[in-house]
Design a protein around this ligand. Structure first.
Ligand SMILES: Nc1ncnc2c1ncn2[C@@H]1O[C@H](COP(=O)(O)OP(=O)(O)OP(=O)(O)O)[C@@H](O)[C@H]1O
Length: 333
């Protein structure tokens, strides 16, 4: 890569990102000959729900660990909540709720006790026992663990541990949540609950940064997406812009043969009762009129929009794991 992050794509006009709560410049992490994070310029705006998307092994956890000062960068700069990391990470951490690589907890203690210990170790000056208990109960309630008994954490399911980790991340009422694969191990019900919780926290002002290898999860939750491929940030943009119009229209009709005759060479794709047509001046209304005037019945006519999946596949290409292996062996893709 040349200067900075020249190969990160932006689709459409990027809105003013506003105040950044996370910014990295040329951030790079090497493990021996292997580059886990490669020259990344990341921009997370205040109030965003930022999805950091990439396949397994693409560098997401390494990135998250660097943002939290848990791993030192080989090169580059990190600013979180306006302060440099890792040099001033101690000032930043009290304002962050984080969960990295699955929640850590003392397995022989209950969830409540674990949270009480975490709270006691936290930055609050308020050590009042009763208020601490209230805080613990409040976060347990928020993550759907209000009814847990005194069972030790080692008896918890993976989903319960994940919720407990989230509860721990919420204890400080953070301005910024940094979550590595927060729905790992949750069933569809649990995934939806976590999503709703993150939406609720975000609506109340918390910026959410989460990593995931699940495209659907990012699509359902996030306002902004950063796509990482073999350590490189290949796309960073608002999801709305990513899923922008393609310049084609999708026509659904019970008589596709008639539609194809009328539309001629404007038809770009055809499958069953659906035709994809190059947009002409006048957009959907003009095309609808044209078809109806020529006796073609319509079931629907909409603008075609890019899916995040299409964009990611086009940018990352197949076999990123195999090419990573070949890069490790010296080849550069
Ligand atoms: N401590 C380490 N020593 C050597 N290599 C490492 C270390 N940590 C990570 N890596 C390598 O760096 C690359 C990126 O790993 P990382 O865990 O950041 O990816 P990831 O996108 O979070 O993957 P996953 O979704 O599987 O957790 C991988 O090839 C991994 O093997």
């Amino acid at each position: 890569m040349s200067a900075g992050n020249g190969t990160t794509q932006r689709i459409g006009a990027r809105r003013d990102p506003g105040r950044l709560v996370i910014e990295t410049r040329r951030l790079t992490k090497r493990y021996g000959a292997h580059t886990a994070v490669d020259d990344v310029d990341l921009h997370v705006a205040e109030g965003a729900r930022y999805g950091f998307l990439g396949p397994n092994g693409s560098g997401k956890t390494t990135m998250v660990r660097m943002l939290l000062g848990l791993v030192y960068a080989t090169r580059g700069e990190i600013t979180v909540l306006g302060r440099p990391v890792p040099s001033r990470v101690a000032e930043v951490l009290p304002e962050i709720g984080a969960m990295v690589e699955g929640p850590a907890a003392y397995p022989h203690l209950s969830g409540r006790t674990n949270l009480a210990l975490l709270d006691a170790a936290g930055p609050r000056r308020d050590r009042d026992g009763r208020r601490r208990r209230d805080r613990v109960e409040e976060v347990l309630e928020r993550v759907g663990l209000g009814a847990i008994d005194r069972r030790p954490v080692r008896a918890y399911s993976l989903g319960m541990r994940q919720r407990l980790g989230l509860a721990g991340a919420l204890l400080n009422r953070p301005r910024l949540l940094v979550l590595d694969e927060p729905t790992n191990g949750l069933d569809p019900h649990g995934i939806r609950e976590v999503r709703d919780l993150l939406l609720e926290l975000n609506a109340a002002g918390t910026t959410v940064f989460l990593s995931s290898h699940l495209l659907a999860e990012i699509e359902a939750l996030c306002t902004t997406v950063g796509v990482v491929d073999r350590g490189r940030l290949v796309l960073e943009d608002d999801l709305d812009a990513v899923r922008g119009p393609t310049g084609r229209l999708v026509v659904r009709t019970p008589d596709p043969d008639a539609a194809a005759r009328v539309l001629g060479s404007a038809v770009a794709e055809r499958q069953d009762h659906t035709l994809v047509v190059e947009a002409a001046p006048g957009g959907p209304p003009a095309l609808a009129r044209h078809l109806v005037e020529h006796g073609v019945p319509l079931d629907g006519l909409v603008e075609q929009r890019r899916s995040l999946e299409d964009v990611v596949v086009a940018l990352t290409g197949p076999g990123s794991d195999t090419s990573r292996a070949s890069r490790r062996n010296g080849a550069r893709p």
